[in-house]
Ligand binder design. Structure first.
Ligand code: GUN
Length: 291
């Protein structure tokens, strides 16, 4: 069994980007600048956004964090987005999800200039991705493709089961892996909360991407020997033995599934760090495209 070490691979990618930044600086070019908008004080979102900003600093990008209170009206958020759209200094930006309930997420994502949409969530980028045109790929699916590629996991002709149909992971993952590409050419099945005979389907999978947000849902009896496991889940599970009062769990029961898997991502240290690395990669791409 091989651990798909997202922490290591993401560090490799960040080093590669840092070298590109050094070259940009030596040529007197402007370095990439990523902005992130966070609305509210959700603990997990704060952790993710801070990690994204810290990663920017580490590789030599400029970064701006825009912290807005939970009760921010939708119009104020839309105004902020418009400011970032027109601010020449900003190459790309993200609005951290989820947003407070009083804000229409779709409206917000559609307000982002597609050329600065480094999350790849705007319908223009989703459409371009689906049509295999140049676009910004959403960071989590992009990170999973990169991880599979760098470990040379064969995907062509394989049965891939994507668990979950979210707009930011499951849906794009299923589209990308069915396309003609590296880490693609797979036969993809999407399963979700209404799927019948789930175990029968997962037992037929060569590769499983688990992105349903239910901790330790996928267990060893639901997979076949040699399966490749990508665990996108990251849930806080109460744990009194931990100082912070919780532990992080994936969608996969690591103990029982790793006994059968040929490759598996850990949680934490698997998909999570890859997501951040690919956001940086998209920001670099945004900078280059603006030249
Ligand atoms: N919330 C969970 N994942 C993501 C992500 O990739 N981007 C943004 N903006 N919000 C998220």
């Amino acid at each position: 069994m091989t651990i798909l070490d997202g922490k290591k691979v993401s560090n490799d990618i960040k080093e590669e980007i840092a070298k590109d930044v050094e070259i940009m600086i030596s040529k007197g070019e402007k370095v990439p600048h990523l902005a992130a908008i966070l609305v509210g004080t959700d603990g997990a979102s704060m952790t993710y956004v801070n990690a994204k900003v810290k990663a920017c600093e580490k590789i030599g990008f400029n970064s701006t964090l825009i912290d807005l209170p939970e009760e921010t009206p939708e119009e104020v958020l839309l105004e902020k987005i418009n400011e970032l759209n027109t601010n020449e200094a900003i190459d790309g930006f993200i609005v951290q999800l989820p947003l407070p309930k009083h804000i229409d997420e779709q409206k917000v994502l559609m307000a982002v200039d597609p050329d600065k949409d480094v999350d790849g969530f705007h319908p223009t980028n989703v459409g371009r991705m689906a049509l295999d045109l140049p676009s910004f790929l959403p960071a989590t699916p992009y990170g999973i493709l990169e991880l599979l590629e760098r470990y040379e996991v064969e995907t062509s002709g394989k049965n891939v089961v994507v668990m979950g149909r979210s707009h930011i992971v499951g849906r794009p993952m299923s589209i990308l892996m069915s396309q003609k590409r590296k880490a693609g050419d797979a036969t993809v099945t999407v399963v979700h909360s209404r799927t019948k005979n789930l175990s029968e389907i997962t037992k037929g999978a060569d590769i499983i991407v688990a992105a349903i947000g239910i901790s330790e849902f996928l267990t060893g009896d639901m997979v076949k020997d040699g399966v490749v496991i990508i665990d996108v889940g990251i849930t806080r599970v109460p744990d009194e033995t931990k100082q912070r009062g919780y532990r992080l769990a994936g969608d996969v029961d690591f103990k029982s599934v790793s006994e059968k898997a040929s490759y598996i991502t850990p949680v934490p240290g698997g998909v999570g760090p890859m997501t951040i690395a690919m956001l940086l990669k998209n920001t670099l791409l945004a900078r280059e495209r603006r030249n």
